[in-house]
Design a protein around this ligand. Structure first.
Ligand code: ADP
Length: 924
């Protein structure tokens, strides 16, 4: 290393060249020695003039050459025009080197160098550096000073000890750090040197003073060290105030520990290495309910219960030097200390007590009575396992029962739903946003207000709530839920949390609503026998409940369909549906959902009826299609109305496009239920109407029958009285033969009439009792007819009926001759009665299978609507009493003919006479 100062002046150089105390060399520009002085020759051992002209390099230590030439070149080049200091090793004649510290300057191209031999100093520093490295690493404070007391070295521990900075103390007298005055300090050093000379070492307490003036004492060992051939003192000191404090602390700790040991409520014991107890504390005595005196002779290493409790392996580990936690074990005081008492659960901590060398010397045991905790834990385990079972079951039940769970912190916007609940609301798992507004949106708009009201009431009364309401799924589907909720309150009585459950009760609710609806239907139907009114109401109920429109068509006896009811929310559509039917009257035939349902009895359900349109267009024409398009119908359900024996009609339910109603299996079931109930009611109503009619007819019959009976009886009574009066007057003319015979005939006629009436009534009774028996015999039919006609001819001509007879055949019939005569007589009587004064034609024709007997009159004829009715009991197409008769003849006749497997029918037209035909099978 080189230092730079001002350049020397020429005078100074002259003086320097002759300096007696320093080495002086002058080096030429070619780096050869030009001049050396005496000292130089002396220190380096060269003869005077011996190295003149020699290269500097040859006299410089190779390791130092680089530095040397750099410095010299710097001087030559003028980059170092000042005095430059540097140190290098120069060769002595004996081949050794000396450390020379040079100060050099350039003048006139020559280097003037002034040197001091610093070999000892460099060596000392070197030695000190090596030692310092060792001393630095010592944690104790180290100070080295020379015999005069000048500090030549301090390690960092010493500097720290005294609060001085690095190397700050170097060169300072020792009293700076021992706080003594110079005299006392010198005295102390002298004493120390003396002791060391005797003992080799000085040990004692050393006074110290910190930089800030704080005094303290250290324990100190001092030895000497030869450095640079001078004796130095090496002072190694330890801060014993620290040790004193440590001792104090240790005493306190021990004291504390003793107190802790004695007063702790943790039972503790200490064993020696042989397993004998040394000491136990009070808590230990309490735990085992014994005194330490009773422990004499006890040895934990020979105690067999350490095996049964499982403690032994832990004990062994602890004796081997490891601190161990012993998990809870059970001890029985009887076996442990031979004293009765309650068994206890203990946890233990075994801690080996070691000496300074880490050798185990004792074993401390700290016990902890965990009986309560253990018992509670056991109980808890049971109750936890119960709880787990219960909660497992509960969660399973919740899952199986599809109970959704929700939570909401009132006042916040966050709602929690579990997956089941999301499913109920029609969301994918995790699909619900959890926002309050989204929850509100799920409540069916009509139910929203009620829902929040119930929640508010529940919070006001602090009672849980249960509510059933509708929800809207994201796909627009409406579902019913049963929702229960409870509110939890904070310390200020503010709602803190609300939670509850939700069950989807749609099916149950719909089933209940369906039942209610059907009950309403039944009730409506039972209210009156007014078919029209009932059906109308039912159709309206259906429209309100599950469809948009309802049509009821009644099947008439002639196969006509009569549209009796149309219900729809829109009166225009209602009118339209009626009008379409008027415009395109339908008959019971062909392919139409109406008829398919009617004929097969199978409900026809179309989710969309449009595919049917082309077929309908073909049948009714495009105009029909235009009309029905106005109705805007989408789904259709057609169900049949059927009584016990009769087809009554159909009910058609329909939905409109864009409606909330949609037909599915449930709608179909509802339609069928309505139809079933309506059919029964309809039939009952019809039966009722019929019975009403029948009662009316019977009443009429009774009045006619009494009139019919009374007429001949009156006539007989009058005749009888008249004859008696004549005879009483002496008028014998009544006894005159011809007159008398006529009278007998007239009476006979009246009696026959009475007889016939009574016969008819008896026949009716027989038919009703199914006792109208036939006595069949074989007879020739045409001859038989001729006989009857012959008997009738006088009566026929009496009423002015010309008879034309056509009997061009012959056939043997097996029949009840008397009963068939009754039919023929009835047919002829009617022709005579209703076609009086006009010609009557009688015809008998036959085929291979049957014989037909035909009576054609030219009477008033029979209205088309009455042609079937007149064959029923008491039914007469003529009103009241204009023509006598009970309306029984044709009824009885048909019964007789049908008993012969034949048919009796009429073809007639009003004003054009009637043709009654009896057909009888020939094989009968
Ligand atoms: P009655 O003649 O005693 O009334 P019927 O059973 O014989 O009873 O006939 C029933 C009804 O049928 C009659 O009341 C009448 O209205 C109608 N009728 C029967 N025969 C004829 C006929 N030849 N021409 C017109 N009407 C008839």
């Amino acid at each position: 290393m080189s230092r730079v100062m001002k350049p020397w002046t020429a005078d100074e150089l002259r003086e320097i060249a002759n300096l007696p105390t320093h080495l002086v060399v002058i080096i030429g520009p070619d780096n050869t020695f030009i001049k050396t002085n005496e000292i130089t020759n002396h220190i380096l051992g060269w003869e005077p003039g011996e190295i003149i002209g020699e290269k500097v390099r040859n006299f410089t230590h190779p390791e130092d050459w680089e530095d040397t030439i750099v410095t010299m070149s710097g001087l030559h080049l003028g980059t170092k025009k000042v005095v430059t200091e540097f140190t290098n090793r120069c060769l002595r004649k004996d081949g050794t080197y000396r450390w020379i510290s040079w100060s050099a300057s350039i003048n006139g191209g020559c280097i003037y160098a002034l040197g001091i031999d610093v070999t000892e100093k460099v060596q000392f520093e070197h030695e000190l550096t090596i030692q310092g490295l060792v001393l630095e690493s010592i944690s104790e404070g180290v100070v080295i000073c020379d015999e005069e007391g000048t500090i030549v070295y301090t390690n960092s521990a010493e500097e720290n000890l005294l609060d001085y900075g690095s190397d700050e103390l170097l060169g300072k007298p020792i009293q700076v750090i021992n706080g003594h005055d110079e005299v006392k300090s010198k005295e102390q050093l002298r004493k120390v040197f003396e002791d060391i000379e005797k003992e080799g070492i000085w040990i004692g307490e050393w006074d110290n003073i910190k930089k800030d003036g704080t005094k303290f004492t250290t324990s100190c060992r001092v030895t000497t060290l030869m450095l640079n051939e001078e004796r130095h003192l090496v002072i190694v000191q330890r801060d014993i105030s620290l040790r004193k404090r440590r001792q104090q602390e240790k005493d306190e700790l021990q004291n504390r520990f003793r107190t802790f040991f004695e007063q702790s409520n943790l039972p503790m014991e200490i064993y020696d290495m042989e397993g004998n107890p040394i000491v136990v504390n009070k808590a230990w005595e309490d735990l085992f309910q014994t005194s330490k005196d009773n422990l004499k002779g006890y040895n934990i290493l020979t105690d067999p219960s350490t095996v049964t409790t499982g403690m032994l392996p832990y004990l062994q580990r602890a004796y081997a030097g490891e601190a161990v936690d012993v998990p809870a074990f059970y001890i029985d005081p009887v076996t442990m200390v031979g004293r009765p008492g309650r068994g206890r659960w203990l946890e233990a901590w075994f801690s080996p007590v070691k000496d300074e060398n880490g050798k185990v010397k004792e074993l401390a045991m700290i016990l902890k009575d965990v009986t309560e905790a253990k018992e509670t834990e056991a109980k808890l385990k049971v109750s936890q396992s119960n709880f787990r079972v219960v909660s497992d079951r509960l969660s399973m039940a919740v899952k199986v029962a599809q109970i959704g769970i929700w939570e909401w912190t009132p006042g916040t916007e966050k709602v929690y739903w579990d997956e089941t609940l999301e499913g109920i609301y029609g969301y994918e798992p995790g699909g619900f946003s959890g926002k309050l507004e989204d929850y509100t949106a799920t409540i069916y708009p009509d139910d929203r207000e009620g829902m929040w009201k119930i929640i508010a009431e529940s919070q006001a009364s602090k009672k849980p709530y249960i509510v059933e309401h509708r929800i809207l799924r994201p796909n627009g589907e409406i579902r019913w839920i049963h929702c229960s909720g409870t509110t939890f309150y904070d310390d200020n009585n503010q709602p803190k949390l609300m939670m509850g459950t939700v069950i989807d009760i749609t099916e149950k609710k719909i089933a209940a609503l369906d039942q209610q609806f059907l009950a309403d239907i039944s009730e409506t139907l039972s209210q009156s026998f007014n078919i029209h009114e009932n059906m109308n109401e039912i159709a309206n109920l259906a429209v309100k409940y599950f469809c948009d429109g309802c049509v009821i068509d009644q099947l008439k006896s002639d196969g006509e369909i009569e549209r009796i009811v149309v219900a729809h929310g829109n009166p225009e559509i209602r009118e339209k549906v009626f009008k379409i039917h008027e415009k395109f009257p339908q008959r019971y035939s062909g392919e139409h959902p109406l008829f398919t349902a009617l004929i097969t009895g199978k409900t026809v359900m179309l989710e969309d009826s449009r595919p049917l349109w082309p077929q309908l267009a073909e049948r009714f024409g495009p105009e029909y299609l235009l009309e029905i398009a106005h109705i805007n119908a989408k789904g259709n359900i057609v169900v049949r109305l059927k009584g016990r024996d009769n087809l009554l009609g159909t009910m058609t339910f329909f939905t409109n496009h864009g409606s909330t109603h949609k037909f599915d299996q449930r709608s179909k079931w509802l339609a069928e239920e309505i139809a079933y109930r309506s059919s029964m009611s309809l039939e009952n109503s019809l039966l009722f109407l019929n019975s009403q009619e029948a009662i009316k007819t019977r009443d009429e019959f009774l009045s006619i029958a009494s009139h019919e009976l009374k007429t001949p009886l009156t006539s007989l009574t009058l005749q009888n009285q008249m004859r008696r009066r004549q005879l009483e007057k002496g008028d014998q003319s009544v006894l005159e033969e011809t007159k008398y015979l006529r009278m007998i005939d007239a009476d006979h006629h009246q009696l026959r009439r009475i007889n016939r009436l009574i016969d008819d009534m008896l026949d009716i009774a027989r038919i009703r009792a199914e006792r109208l028996t036939m006595h069949k015999e074989e007879f020739e039919f045409c001859t038989f007819i001729e006989d009857v006609i012959e008997r009738f001819t006088p009566q026929m001509s009496a009423v002015g009926c010309d008879l034309s007879i056509s009997l061009n055949t012959s056939v043997i019939l097996n029949a009840d001759r008397y009963r068939i005569e009754q039919v023929v007589v009835n047919m002829l009587t009617n022709a005579m009665k209703y076609g009086a004064g006009k010609p009557v034609r009688i015809e008998v024709t036959r085929t291979n299978y049957k014989i037909s007997f035909l009576v054609h009159d030219n009477g008033p004829g029979i209205d088309q609507k009455d042609v079937e009715r007149i064959f029923q009991r008491f039914e007469r197409a003529v009103s009241g009493r204009e023509i006598s008769g009970l309306g029984l003849g044709l009824y009885i006749s048909r019964q007789i003919v049908e008993q012969h497997d034949g048919t009796l029918f009429v073809t007639s037209e009003l004003g054009k006479g009637s043709t009654f035909v009896m057909e009888l099978p020939l094989n009968a």
